[in-house]
Design a binder for this molecule. Structure first.
Ligand code: GLC
Length: 445
């Protein structure tokens, strides 16, 4: 007998916190299992699917619109559920869903650091997609999405950390775009002070993602990697974080909190920071490309006042370093309709959709030829720069640490957060981190 798990409408709104999500999830699973054990006949047509999309920036809206268009074309019904904004919370949500082998979600949005750890729960998309489905994609993206020869996620968009700055304020104070983190700190302090005295009491110098979650791993990896000889775990798997480079980077970052960055930054993810910047209350911000579309939107208080640059170097001998991010779409192995789900993935990740998402939401394509698309080049003035920024891209050590990556990242962002919050000295944090990573690694990753 083919058992069917009755689809429960799980609508996670983006503002709900982790506990709420987990409560919803816990209430969902027993209900689903009950139906399975009762062995009820299917009450839903075979054409019902559920997709879980991110909700950062315009993501959810774009996902819903595209899904609706596909539904109209094909006559299938698709439920769109959103997930928490924090990548760390999203991962634990998916891990619970997948380890329970729940059929409630067919398609999930996968962070580029997850394929290795979630592969066993995901369908090999080569089985459901045409042979040329990955043609024209950046090879590095396809390699990252392939685990033991199985294409477990279809790359959707790519991310890299960027420095957003207020052009008008730099011009007003005759300051250049900062080239080093030290210069950024000094400019932020000067402009913040001058603007506050000039009647703008809420102006902050620098906004970043400081909550204890994956986003802080991305930020702190940039600070450390931008210093000469800086790193966390090198490509050979050596733990290299307890170094003078990290000491310099974290000492400077700690000095920002309560000075050029509000203490609230310790709880900021991407969207909280964007809110501060977009309402005109920050000079500099580190964030991902999607922010461009929103700060340039009609209702943005800083429309036409924003520039984008590479993140600063760590001192004169350092380099620009930008953490690479990005997301793909995967089909759960527990989906009751894997072929249909793969078709929807193929539609959503098509060149036409990637172009649309880039134009409307500044989600960067993973199909190489789109970077020569005249319409996209005209709409995205920073695309030329993006190429060199992507070249300075730093990968998180997810491939080498495989399914231990979340523990590595957690250990890193927890210690960094402790430093920023003033709970740990830099030396103590680095020593603790080194021994924790050594414990996690054991003899080998
Ligand atoms: C962005 C990146 C993703 C990263 C996350 C951290 O969404 O694309 O790779 O893990 O930010 O907050």
């Amino acid at each position: 007998m083919r058992c069917y798990i009755y689809r429960v409408n799980v609508n996670f709104s983006k503002n709900k916190n982790k506990e709420t999500h987990m409560k919803q999830l816990k209430s969902l699973l027993p209900a689903a299992l009950f139906t399975l054990c009762a062995g009820l006949p299917s009450v839903s047509s075979a054409a019902d699917l559920t997709i879980s999309c991110g909700a950062v920036g315009a993501e959810l809206q774009l996902c819903k619109e595209a899904v609706e268009a596909w539904s109209k074309q094909t006559g299938n019904h698709v439920e769109v559920v959103s997930t928490p904004n924090s990548a760390t919370e999203r991962l634990s949500f998916y891990q619970q869903i997948l380890s329970a082998q729940s059929t409630d979600i067919d398609i999930i949005q996968i962070d580029m650091v997850w394929p290795g750890m979630l592969a066993k729960h995901l369908m090999d998309l080569r089985e459901g997609l045409p042979a040329d489905a990955t043609q024209g994609y950046f090879q590095a993206q396809i390699d990252n999405a392939t685990v033991n020869g199985r294409l477990v996620t279809m790359p959707w968009f790519t991310d890299s950390g960027l420095l957003y700055y207020r052009k008008n304020l730099l011009e007003k104070y005759n300051k250049p775009v900062p080239q080093t983190w030290e210069e950024m700190t000094a400019t932020a302090r000067d402009v913040q002070q001058a603007e506050r005295s000039a009647g703008h009491p809420n102006l902050w110098g620098y906004i970043f993602q400081g909550r204890a979650y994956e986003g802080l791993t991305c930020n702190a990896l940039e600070w450390i990697s931008s210093q000469a000889q800086g790193g966390l775990v090198n490509p050979q798997g050596d733990i290299v974080v307890n170094s003078p480079a990290s000491r310099a980077a974290l000492t400077l970052a700690k000095s920002w909190v309560g000075d050029i960055s509000p203490r609230g930054v310790l709880n900021y993810t991407e969207e909280e920071g964007r809110g501060v910047f977009q309402s005109g209350n920050a000079l500099f911000m580190r964030n991902w490309p999607y922010v461009w579309a929103l700060v340039q939107s009609q209702d943005s208080a800083v429309k036409d006042q924003v520039g984008v640059a590479a993140l600063p170097r760590g001192g004169e001998t350092g380099n620009h370093a930008s953490t690479l991010g990005g997301w793909g779409l995967a089909v759960s192995r527990y989906s009751a309709h894997p072929e249909l789900a793969a078709e929807l993935v193929s539609y959503l990740t098509s060149a036409q959709q990637q172009k649309h998402r880039a134009l409307i939401g500044a989600y960067n394509p993973v199909i190489e030829s789109l970077y020569q698309d005249p319409e996209l080049l005209a709409a995205m003035p920073y695309y030329a720069q993006l190429h060199s920024i992507l070249n300075d891209g730093v990968m998180r050590p997810a491939a080498i640490t495989a399914d231990r990556y979340p523990r590595v990242s957690n250990a890193f962002f927890d210690r960094v957060h402790g430093v920023l919050a003033g709970e740990l000295s830099v030396d103590q944090a680095l020593a603790e981190l080194e021994s924790e990573l050594t414990r996690i690694k054991r003899r080998n990753w």
